[in-house]
Design a protein around this ligand. Structure first.
Ligand code: SF4
Ligand code: SF4
Length: 181
């Protein structure tokens, strides 16, 4: 396939190079959609049930689009019944993370039946690519991405680093998804 600049070059006339036809063409398309929608909304408003439904938009942020059940949102660490993290600091998530943004420091668990727990568990969300591999790799169902939280942008990189306390404090957006299932 010839992809040289010469081959891709098109012969635009002077009129086209002013962008005027394209600008007015775009405006015409937008205006057509606007008036067709307006007509449909008015016809529905006056009780014409045979009219096509007008396009609607979500009035964000007051009105939000329902989240897909499988959507990956902000992480959380799940808890045991006593409130301690389910995480056993096995490092599977830290190892598989392609963005290298999980940092765990393990310590001994006070319960002799549980080998380890995280002393520190940090996720740098400024680097996370939301692949969900950490959730998939976890053998303890200790990390999930089901909070439904999508707005966590920050002005500083530091604020994008979530500590273990923050991750444990997040709740699920799915009421039927209990940590201790
Ligand atoms: S979602 Fe992916 S990139 Fe983000 S912390 Fe988990 S494994 Fe790493
Ligand atoms: S969250 Fe899961 S995979 Fe990650 S260290 Fe804890 S138990 Fe292991």
């Amino acid at each position: 396939m010839n992809s040289s600049p010469e081959h891709n070059k098109r012969d635009y006339g002077l009129w086209q190079r002013t962008y005027v036809p394209e600008v007015f063409g775009g405006l015409a398309i937008t205006a057509r959609h606007f008036f067709v929608n307006l007509k449909n909304h008015i016809r529905r408003l006056i009780g014409r049930k045979d009219a096509a439904p007008g396009a609607v938009t979500f009035q964000y942020p007051e009105q939000r689009r329902p989240l897909a059940p499988r959507l990956r949102s902000l992480h959380r660490l799940t808890k045991r019944e006593d409130g301690s993290p389910r995480c056993v600091a096995c490092m599977m998530c830290e190892t598989i993370c392609p963005a290298r943004c999980i940092y765990i420091v393990a310590t001994e668990h006070p319960d002799p039946n549980i080998e380890k727990m995280p002393e520190q568990f940090t996720i740098d969300l400024g680097r996370c690519v939301f692949c969900g591999y950490c959730v998939e790799a976890c053998p303890e169902d200790a990390i999930r991405m089901d909070t439904g939280i999508l707005e966590f942008a920050s002005y500083t990189r530091e604020n994008m680093i979530y500590t273990i306390d923050q991750l444990l404090s997040h709740e699920t957006a799915k009421p039927d998804a209990q940590d201790t299932q």
